[in-house]
Design a protein around this ligand. Structure first.
Ligand code: AMP
Ligand code: MG
Length: 329
């Protein structure tokens, strides 16, 4: 089931990771800008969105795409100069593409609607991408608001092979792929290796490995610390940008991903969680919001019915939810 969609998603995310690497290696002063909300955006974000939109139009022309960036954002960030740079970056990956087509391709990501909808975060964790930390290319397929496929390209996350030999693909980056009902796998970014992944079986909160955002401004640090202290894990939390946190839980490298938003009323973006949700749940984990409610992806670009995120190996879910439900002093 969904073999064509999985093969498509793996192929385009692999190439998108290559685009990111090319941009990261040659990053110039004009390649990053600030958006209206002051968050950074780079040539890689726009290049990946344009690339995926173009490939999607060829492979599944009737499907819609909901993605983070917009042509208006591109115009505000750098207009003609940035578009020129984008065309240059995209040339080896999109034969025949002209500069004038780029804004239209980027705005294909604004036509999210019911039915078959792809959800893309072209560079999730742009701050990590710029800092040399973790980032992910995240692509999911939703059918009537239900995620059925998720692929996470993680160029800076090592292929998780214990005791890897120096010539193994470890260190070249990896890609997590999952289809609803079919389990989750990790693929090496550079080679052909593919191995199934499974969450950990740890059930003692004191031995749990937690992960959280690298960026302090993305969470309520005080409450995160109080909850973590009450749970009592011995190890300090892993701080990591992007949906790589879902990959860490899916592969058993972490047991809990906790995301407490920095303020009441904060709503998560669908593209920050859809692919990760499929990967972690298919690896045997559980993902809800902080009240234990399932994530509702049927509401458009934001998860309006949810607050925060809790992704665990399943066994630890109830323990963390009960600590979250305790009154906070
Ligand atoms: P992470 O690296 O897990 O913190 O996730 C990166 C994502 O956090 C970005 O894609 C943004 O959508 C989201 N984000 C940006 N600013 C904030 C903020 N102030 N609070 C919470 N999330 C944010
Ligand atoms: Mg993001």
């Amino acid at each position: 089931m969904r073999e064509a969609e999985r093969a498509f998603a793996v192929r385009v995310v692999r190439t998108a990771c290559e685009i990111c690497r090319v941009v990261r290696e040659g990053l110039g002063t004009g390649d990053a800008a600030a958006k209206a909300d002051r968050s950074p955006v780079t040539v890689a974000d726009y290049a990946v969105q344009a690339y995926v939109a173009r490939e999607l139009g060829e492979a599944f022309p009737d499907d819609s795409l909901l993605a983070e960036e917009s042509a208006a954002g591109l115009a505000a960030a750098g207009g003609a100069l940035l578009t020129q740079r984008l065309a240059e970056v995209l040339r080896p990956f999109t034969p025949g593409l002209t500069e004038t087509e780029i804004p239209g391709l980027i705005d294909r990501g604004r036509n999210g609607r019911d039915g078959r909808q792809w959800v893309l975060d072209p560079v999730d964790g742009t701050k990590g991408f710029l800092r040399g930390g973790q980032y992910a290319v995240a692509l999911a397929l939703l059918i009537h608001g239900e995620p059925v496929l998720g692929v996470l390209g993680c160029p800076n996350l090592p292929f998780p092979v214990p005791d890897a030999a120096p010539e193994s693909p470890a260190g070249t980056g990896c890609l997590y792929a999952a289809v609803r009902g079919q389990g989750a796998s990790v693929l090496s970014l550079g080679g052909a290796e593919e191995i199934p992944v499974r969450v950990s079986d740890r059930s003692d909160p004191c031995r749990a490995v937690l992960c959280e955002s690298f960026e302090a401004s993305h969470m309520d640090g005080g409450r995160m610390e109080r909850i973590t202290r009450r749970l009592g894990p011995a190890a300090p939390p892993l701080r990591m940008d992007s949906q790589c946190k879902y990959a860490a839980v899916a592969s058993g490298q972490a047991d809990v991903y906790l995301r407490i938003p920095p303020r009441d009323g904060f709503r998560e973006n669908a593209w920050d969680h859809a692919a990760g949700w499929v990967v972690t749940t298919e690896a045997g984990g559980t993902v809800t919001d902080l009240r234990g409610n399932p994530l509702d992806f049927s509401r458009g670009p934001t998860l309006d019915a949810n607050f925060g995120i809790l992704a665990t190996n399943g066994r630890l879910h109830a323990s963390v939810l009960s600590v979250l439900a305790e009154p906070c002093p």
